[in-house]
Design a protein around this ligand. Structure first.
Ligand SMILES: *Cc1c(COP(=O)(O)O)cnc(C)c1O
Length: 235
């Protein structure tokens, strides 16, 4: 397809797509000599209705992700009867929205600057899980902290009691072999762990590159279309 959509995907049921991805995750983990239980699959449900999350929940999914505050907040509200969902926020986060996101999210994967850490420093019952997003490209517009500023950002998270540092996060750059990019991310994970030995998480891998991410040590996959089907048209 010219726009990259895979029409065959929408011929399958949600349960079939989920099962296919789960089997592929298990295979990739086993090929990497890792137990499948090392890897958490988070289903990215952006642009899909809350009902899809309800269907995923019925299929056993508990970790879901959104990338925009307004949409996330509406779905959290609509699904408040499902008490055991874990909500991950994976999109660029404006500081002025941080406090609102912290009110419902269990984890934020897109910590990319000290100002955001400060904005997320709000009283909480339990700390907010945080992943520091690292930019794997040379383009500062691509999101994530420049690797040269990784340590100060990590220190900022570590000195904020309401935040629990879990690890690094990244999106593979377009036009680079994903495995190479994820290997680089592994190096940034080591740098982070030099400051925070317990923060062993690596949030990496999407529909088209989760196998490569698993091979390079990913612990949290963020998978959208391969499970949800193609996203509905949006403006
Ligand atoms: C949308 C999104 C994903 C999932 O992408 P797919 O290609 O649909 O699997 C993962 N991570 C982030 C940050 C996203 O915005």
């Amino acid at each position: 397809m010219p726009d990259g959509t895979d029409q065959a995907l929408d011929q399958l049921s949600l349960a079939e797509r989920l099962a296919r991805v789960q089997a592929a995750v298990t295979d990739a983990a086993s090929a990497a000599g890792r137990p499948a239980s090392d890897v958490t699959t988070i289903v990215v449900t952006k642009f899909h209705p809350a009902e899809l999350i309800r269907d995923l929940h019925a299929l056993g999914v508990r970790d879901v992700a959104e990338n925009r505050h307004q949409e996330a907040a509406a779905k959290v509200h609509e699904l408040s009867d499902l008490g055991d969902l874990t909500w991950h926020f994976v999109g660029q986060l404006q500081s002025k929205k941080a406090r609102q996101v912290a009110a419902y999210a269990h984890a934020v994967h897109s910590i990319d600057r000290v100002a955001l850490v400060q904005a997320l420093s709000v009283a909480r019952e339990r700390p907010l899980d945080c992943f520091v997003q690292v930019n794997l490209t040379d383009d500062p517009g691509r999101g994530g902290v420049d690797p040269s500023s990784l340590e100060p950002l990590v220190e900022a998270v570590l000195s904020t009691p309401s935040l629990a540092l879990r690890g690094v996060m990244a999106v593979a750059p377009l036009g680079e072999e994903p495995r190479r990019a994820f290997a680089r991310l592994g190096g940034f994970s080591q740098r982070l762990r030099a400051l925070a030995p317990g923060a062993v998480g690596i949030s990496a891998g999407m529909s088209h590159d989760f196998r490569e991410a698993i091979a390079e040590g990913a612990t949290h996959l963020r998978i959208g279309t391969a499970i949800t089907g193609n996203r509905p048209q949006h403006g």
